[in-house]
Design a binder for this molecule. Structure first.
Ligand SMILES: Cc1ncc(COP(=O)(O)O)c(C=O)c1O
Length: 301
């Protein structure tokens, strides 16, 4: 078996040698913060997509929770590059994770050390039916909001909200959930931001919609604007999901995933993948694979 390595607290370790206790604080209480980054095969070698932006968000998540990270942004970026190189992976998913490695029952993490681990794994498509589009339901669960758990921190505990919604969708035969925010407007998927096409304009829930400000969301906005498409970030009503011309999810894992039905209602032209989604999806692949160099988003390893 090929050995895999994890960067942990400053050093590379064989993955199978790293063991953690069941009473680890972050395992018990979800008190970790993390990132999800893709590395793509490019003609010039492995290229990490928007590395700096991801690690900046990692540090922002830490700040929200008063977690003291012992590494600078540059050191973290270098560590990611080092682990990708060491694992000789030219296409996959990188998982930086900041967590409390203390074994304790008490909740208090005041002055506790934050451990940082970085793993990379091979990873293909997140959704199998990406070509045709996936089936979604609007979840009966609401998205977390800043009064309860800050959505802007990519924190482990937040993902219980995502998991409960995703499980519900699967239980009802759908591929994925769409969550509404606390005010009843469309927020996002459990691990994806959402875009609508309506009258040749690209719409996406705005920051006040209880969303994670996704890096793919930002890439989509910039790619679309570069093509002269009008992009509007605003509050979006649930029923607009049903009446939009096209709908798609985006995210590091999901990349661009067309949505063909919501609550069993077909989107646009009988749920077929529409021209805007196709164009954005193709452009996104060109950018991530390094074939389009208009955006300076790739860190070669
Ligand atoms: C809740 C949530 N929304 C949106 C996204 C998309 O964010 P990004 O494009 O930065 O991966 C993710 C994935 O990280 C997520 O977990």
């Amino acid at each position: 078996m090929v050995k895999s390595y994890i960067w942990f607290d400053g050093k590379l370790h064989e993955r199978e040698m790293l063991k953690f206790d069941m009473l680890t604080h972050s395992l018990q209480y979800g008190s970790g913060i993390f990132e999800g980054i893709r590395v793509y095969k490019t003609k010039k070698g492995a290229g990490i997509f928007r590395l700096k932006d991801h690690m900046e968000r990692f540090l922002r998540s830490a700040k929200i929770y008063d977690m003291k990270i012992d590494y600078t942004l540059n050191e973290l970026e270098d560590a990611v590059i080092e682990v990708v190189k060491k694992n000789k992976i030219d296409s996959g998913y990188i998982r930086p994770f900041g967590f409390y490695n203390d074994t304790q029952i008490g909740l208090s993490v005041k002055d506790k050390k934050v451990s940082v681990g970085i793993a990379v794994v091979e990873f293909g498509r997140y959704f199998k039916s990406t070509e045709k589009g996936i089936n979604c339901i609007v979840s009966s669960w609401r998205r977390i909001n800043s009064e309860i758990l800050p959505p802007q921190a990519k924190a482990s505990g937040n993902y219980l909200n995502s998991i409960i919604a995703s499980n519900e969708a699967k239980k009802f035969g759908a591929d994925e959930a769409i969550l509404l925010g606390s005010r009843g407007f469309v927020a996002e998927g459990p691990g994806e931001n959402i875009f609508l096409i309506k009258n040749n304009e690209l719409l996406t829930p705005s920051e006040e919609s209880d969303i994670l400000m996704g890096i793919t969301r930002d890439s989509v906005i910039k790619i679309a604007e570069n093509k002269g498409i009008i992009v509007k970030e605003r509050l979006i009503h649930r029923e607009e999901l049903y009446t939009s011309d096209e709908l798609f999810f985006c995210g590091t894992a999901a990349e661009i995933t067309p949505i063909s039905t919501v609550d069993k209602k077909s989107v646009g032209n009988n749920g077929k993948v529409g021209p805007f989604t196709k164009m954005i999806s193709e452009s996104y692949s060109e950018v991530t694979s390094g074939d389009n160099e208009e955006f300076d988003w790739i860190t070669l390893c």
